[in-house]
Design a protein around this ligand. Structure first.
Ligand SMILES: O=C(O)CCC(=O)C(=O)O
Length: 316
């Protein structure tokens, strides 16, 4: 039997930028840009920023820092295609979009611009939205956080994104033509293995999560979730957090990390600003899939395959 085509077509250097952002949006954008240039100079071809990289993280900040990506979001059309058909937003509407698009083209790298708060005038809704650019600065995909971070851990943390945000409604899988497919989701989304499994069974070699866990759930679940998604799906997983700022109202866990298809943490930051680099290759994935051949051992006669059936690939 001919062997299946490689999931990852050639070696790829990734950079996860654990960025220190503050209250000054223009400074955050300029700083993110300088770090992206630094990662590119170090040879990274896929560069990732953290969740809410243009603002502090917190429900009170979403409206103030929100940007308009599309004035028209027709039903059955993703934001990316709405933007493509309607043209990119103006600089005033989305300075973050323009910074990311320009620096992706300048560095000729794939760029997952963490996430930013998005405002949609037509629906009057806010979203937590990731923008993924190609090496020529074209918007390839967007992902609006599907599972909003609403938790209450008594005496520790209470957080309710849904007080301000509305969820996205799709699974996001991005095709990087030279390399292969990447699944994208945001932070709390990682706790829902279905998104990861669907992306992996549809050919992803890597799952990326810009995220901002905290000092309660970070030590408990950040690495556990990353390694779980990797071991379940035998793919690479990258998590990219903001750096910790103890002056801010939300204290991010940090520890951006890259996990390999064996679920081994191959590179990891501490809590400070830092760029995490790693080399991804197809051999590692092939090796683990041969050694532990889950792929041929699934029992879809006993339980259903979540990657089949009706899956939403487009936002409403
Ligand atoms: O799941 C968690 O513990 C943290 C999630 C989070 O911080 C987020 O979704 O932004």
């Amino acid at each position: 039997m001919p062997s299946p085509p490689p999931l990852l077509r050639k070696q790829l250097k990734i950079a996860l930028i654990q960025l220190a952002s503050g209250a000054d949006k223009s400074h955050n954008l300029a700083h993110a840009r300088s770090k992206i240039l630094e990662a590119s100079k170090a040879g990274a071809k896929l560069i990732v920023l953290p969740e809410c990289f243009n603002s502090p993280y917190g429900t009170q900040y979403f409206p103030k820092y929100a940007e308009i990506l599309s004035t028209d979001t027709p039903a059955q059309s993703s934001v990316a295609s709405a933007i493509r058909s309607g043209g990119p937003p103006s600089e005033d509407q989305s300075p973050s979009y323009h910074m990311l698009s320009k620096v992706a083209a300048e560095t000729e790298s794939y760029l997952l611009g963490g996430s930013i708060p998005e405002y949609v005038p037509k629906t009057r809704k806010y979203h937590n939205t990731a923008l993924f650019f190609s090496p020529d600065g074209e918007l390839l995909a967007t992902h609006r956080k599907v599972h909003l971070f609403d938790i209450d851990i008594p005496g520790k943390i209470s957080f309710h994104e849904s007080e301000v945000l509305s969820p996205g409604n799709k699974v996001t899988l991005v095709d990087l033509p030279e390399y292969g497919k990447v699944g994208v989701a945001i932070c709390y989304d990682i706790r829902f293995p279905e998104l990861a499994t669907i992306a992996a069974r549809h050919g992803a070699f890597l799952l990326l999560y810009p995220g901002a866990f905290n000092l309660t759930t970070g030590p408990l679940h950040w690495e556990l979730q990353a390694r779980a998604r990797a071991v379940d799906n035998q793919v690479y997983v990258g998590l990219c957090s903001p750096a910790r700022d103890m002056e801010a109202s939300y204290h991010a866990w940090g520890h951006s990390m890259l996990v390999d298809p064996y679920a081994e943490v191959v590179a990891q930051a501490d809590e400070k600003e830092q760029i995490v680099y790693a080399e991804l290759n197809n051999e590692k994935m092939e090796e683990v899939r041969k050694s532990i051949p889950l792929l041929g051992q699934r029992r879809f006669d006993v339980y259903p395959d979540v990657s089949k059936g009706e899956i939403k690939w487009e936002d409403d």
